[in-house]
Write a protein that binds this ligand. Structure first.
Ligand code: 4AD
Ligand code: MG
Length: 451
């Protein structure tokens, strides 16, 4: 029976014989014994092992170099070393898979760029092991948040024929055979990878009341920034009989819940971010979990930005979309906390948002956080059939293509609202990692699809 290192380190008492398996981080030899630090990815910490010269398997010790896969059987004893609870006194060693000296992850600092070029080995680096364990736990917290509140998980399709955001940033789907042809007739129409599960989510919310999606989404936008990826994961709740305010409340509660959960359930892994990524991270996360967020209308936000006297690269006036520099000014310099901006100009937002009585703004909301900018985008949806049809016309969308979406307004239409949280941006926020490429296992960005 193999014991995970995480469990060995949490053991309540010494153990006579356990077996652990993992990858060698470091090894030091002396005349009488070797000292091995082993990691199996179950936690950040290594298990330290002392192997006396001559025990079974010791003949392979020179091949148990950094990166090699080995098994160790021995006694779990109290550790003398500081900061460690338990160590293992080996009775047998087993070489499972060698790692020749060209193993790229030798024990020294590596740049994030270099590590991206070896994304297949990157999770073996301590920092990335921690990132991806946190990613898994954060996904679990997402499900817990919604399941505790009786939201139903809906698996929306990945291949779609509608452009939810209307930004024309879709990847076309075709068969290998059809790729070179002008017309693709596999589905009998052009199809794309989804940019959002929202429209299909609305269909389910207007049947099951509160739903959420959690899946991959795709954007063919040629953005070369640290917060845009061509493939990313999004969580999209949608609520029937809900307005903009209920939507903003849920978004804020959700972000706080996730941050609180990270603080409670990732202690071991958070240490590495506090130490090597952002020394103020713990303080910032506590602050976010405990204090209220700010809320301002777009119009107020624009007034604040104009009054700031800052020299922005993109000048601000009423009607422009907020850029990342503006979002960051609001959250980092002005309010110094997460901020929800609502009621954006109609002209900068997609067709499905509800038009306000002023005729110029829509019930949109973006939740912005320090260090990143937008992590959530959402809205109350236009539930009035005629207004929706007029909006679609303005956006150049045909009624025929969206007939099923219009049916949702024709039959039992009701106020409803929802939002999308970018999972990677949330992960950047809670780890302090500065580049979206470093929180997704195999990043896809323009020009990059190596793995
Ligand atoms: O603001 P967006 O485009 O909103 C929607 O897609 C809505 N349909 C959501 C909804 O109301 N159900 O995207 C939502 C979030 C953004 O706030 C951002 O966090 C993330 O998705 N996002 C990206 N993350 C990484 N790379 C990209 N290229 C992203 N584009 C959006
Ligand atoms: Mg947005």
């Amino acid at each position: 029976m193999r014991t995970l290192i995480k469990h060995a380190l949490l053991s309540a008492h010494p153990q006579n014989s356990i077996t652990v398996k993992g990858w060698v981080r470091t090894r030091r030899d002396s005349k009488e014994f070797s000292f091995i630090e082993l990691n199996d990815g179950s936690c950040l910490a290594n298990l330290q092992c002392i192997a006396d010269v001559g025990i079974p398997g010791y003949q392979d010790i020179q091949k148990m170099s950094t990166g090699a896969a080995i098994g160790i059987t021995g006694k779990l004893i109290e550790s003398q070393g500081k900061g460690q609870t338990w160590e293992i006194q080996a009775t047998t060693l087993e070489l499972i898979g060698e790692a020749p000296s060209d193993f790229p992850l030798q024990k020294k600092g590596h740049t994030p760029e270099f590590l991206r070029s070896i994304s297949h080995l990157r999770p073996r680096a301590n920092l990335y092991g921690a990132v991806f364990r946190m990613r898994s736990r954060l996904a679990n917290a997402v499900h817990r948040f919604f399941q505790e509140r009786d939201f139903t998980l809906v698996h929306t399709p990945i291949i779609t024929s509608s452009d939810c955001e209307g930004a024309g940033e879709m990847f076309r789907v075709t068969t290998q055979e059809n790729a070179s042809k002008q017309d693709d007739d596999f589905f009998g129409k052009n199809t794309y990878l989804t940019v959002s599960g929202q429209l299909e989510g609305e269909a389910f919310a207007t049947a099951l009341s509160n739903i959420y999606t959690f899946g991959p989404t795709f954007r063919a936008e040629n953005s070369h920034t640290t917060r845009h990826a061509s493939e990313f994961w999004m969580i999209e709740p949608e609520m029937a009989f809900c307005d903009l305010e209920g939507d903003m409340n849920l978004a804020e509660e959700f972000v706080k819940y996730l941050v609180q959960d990270v603080l409670e359930n990732n202690e071991g892994d958070l240490d590495i971010f506090y130490k090597f990524v952002d020394k103020d991270l713990r303080q910032r996360l506590k602050f976010v979990a405990e204090r209220p967020f700010q809320r301002v209308s777009y119009t107020e936000a624009v007034e604040i930005l104009i009054a700031s006297g800052e020299q922005f690269e993109y000048p601000v006036e009423w009607g422009v979309n907020l850029q990342s520099e503006h979002e960051r000014y609001l959250t980092e310099k002005h309010f110094k906390c997460p901020t929800t901006v609502y009621n954006y100009p109609k002209s900068v937002k997609p067709f499905y948002m509800r038009t306000n009585d002023d005729g110029k703004t829509v019930t949109a909301m973006d939740l912005l956080v320090p260090g990143i900018g937008e992590i959530i985008g959402g809205a109350q949806r236009e539930e009035r059939l005629e207004v929706l049809e007029a909006n679609m016309k303005e956006h150049g969308l045909s009624k025929e293509d969206y007939w099923w979406y219009l049916d949702l307004r024709k039959y039992g239409s009701c106020p409803h609202a929802g939002f999308g949280l970018g999972f990677e941006r949330m992960l950047m926020f809670v780890t302090g990692m500065k580049n979206i490429r470093d929180v997704i296992p195999f990043a896809r960005t323009p020009g990059h699809c190596e793995f």
